[in-house]
Design a protein around this ligand. Structure first.
Ligand code: HXC
Ligand code: NAP
Length: 295
């Protein structure tokens, strides 16, 4: 059987040629997949996170696979001085930066009352503080250089629905979404666009080990609760991200694009549970409803 279209690269060759893109958390998971595709499309890439050995291994692998230019830089995004240093290293290597992808995150499941204040802090510091640290440092730089640029933030759908058991992450992602929309307006005058992607479940080791530990992966088959009955493929997220950081999306600003197979709306619609009603019961149900009208 031939590969489905959605696992194929979407943009035309060289769509990101000449662009320099910084991807936080680019050594693993979705950050790595996005970085790989950006390289294939001709961009220069900086991947950054706390673990240099992981970054270096990914950088070597991606450079080998794509023949592209990729710089690994160690940086804890929750520390503003390290972020400024990471920006300097990127500019020193490539001469400029055009795009910031705020993808780094931390998360784990827990009843909120079991969390210490430090546990809450650690997630907020990575996700919200890390995102505003990078956005502020890069924004100041771009404004001073009078350079057009764009920011892409990776959030998730519970940024607007909220979610039990991942409350620090939900609070932080909501803040990131608000930052996205606020700066889309405020920094448009500097020709800096801000957009976000809200992914549903895309299998990665980082997310799965912390959100579905042990045999929870088998007990909670996530694909079952998604209207399209499958989880996401990394390439389809990379396709969307590449479009949003490319000049083809120049008029898209302040948008959050959900890519979740319909997952969050499935939980939202009050009558979506009627999916469980067997087809053959609908004749009987219709009769009951019509009878009620005539009474
Ligand atoms: C309760 C916990 C805990 C748990 C840690 N803590 N794990 N509390 N339940 N399961 C507490 C610790 O006791 C400590 O508080 C505080 O949190 C900080 O702990 P540290 O030891 O400093 O942190 P550590 O456990 O080493 O690291 C936590 C982390 C780590 C930083 C979040 O897992 C990490 O590096 N994650 C990065 C990658 C990641 O999380 N990726 C998943 C992204 S997925 P005390 O008070 O004891 O000192 C994602 C998906 C969203 O975002 C949507 C999916 C659909
Ligand atoms: P992942 O592989 O665990 O990625 C998280 C990355 O963040 C890691 O590379 C980690 O590297 C980095 N990081 C963590 N703390 C950092 C810090 N303080 N400074 C710099 N980097 C830090 O998980 P993923 O699934 O690919 O997640 C990527 C993004 O997608 C996240 O924003 C996540 O919220 C979002 N998302 C994922 C899913 C999903 O189903 N996978 C769904 C919705 C949203 P180090 O440990 O080396 O620092």
């Amino acid at each position: 059987m031939s590969e489905p279209t959605y696992v194929k690269p979407m943009l035309k060759e060289d769509a990101l040629k000449g662009k320099v893109i910084v991807v936080t958390g680019g050594g693993t998971g979705l950050g790595k997949s996005m970085s790989k595709y950006f390289l294939e499309l001709g961009a220069g890439i900086v991947i950054t996170s706390r673990k240099f050995d992981v970054l270096k291994k990914t950088a070597d692998e991606l450079a080998e696979q794509t023949k592209g230019n990729v710089l690994p830089v160690q940086c804890d995004v929750s520390d503003y001085a390290q972020v400024e240093n990471m920006l300097s290293e990127a500019v020193e290597k490539f001469g400029k930066v055009d795009v910031l992808v705020n993808n780094a995150a931390g998360n784990f499941i827990s009843p909120t009352e079991r969390l210490s204040n430090r546990a809450f802090d650690i997630i907020i510091n990575i996700v919200l503080k890390g995102t505003y640290n990078c956005t502020l440092a890069f924004g100041k730089h771009w404004i001073e250089k009078k350079q057009s640029a764009s920011v892409l933030n990776i959030v998730t759908t519970y940024a607007w629905t909220g979610s039990a058991y991942v409350v620090p992450s939900a609070c932080a992602k909501a803040g990131v979404l608000s930052l996205t929309r606020s700066l889309a307006v405020e920094w448009a005058k500097y020709r800096i666009r801000s957009n976000a992607i809200a992914p549903g479940p895309f299998p990665t080791k980082g997310a799965w080990d912390r959100l579905l530990p042990g045999d929870m992966k088998d007990k909670f088959d996530l694909a079952k609760k998604i209207p399209l009955k499958r989880v996401g493929e990394h390439q389809e997220l990379a396709n969307l991200a590449a479009y949003l950081v490319s000049d083809f999306s120049s008029y898209i600003n302040g948008e959050v694009i959900t890519i979740d197979g319909g997952e969050w709306l499935q939980g939202a619609g009050q009558f979506n549970l009627l999916e469980a009603v067997p087809k053959e019961m609908w004749d009987q149900i219709e009769l009951m409803v019509r009878k009620a009208k005539s009474e």
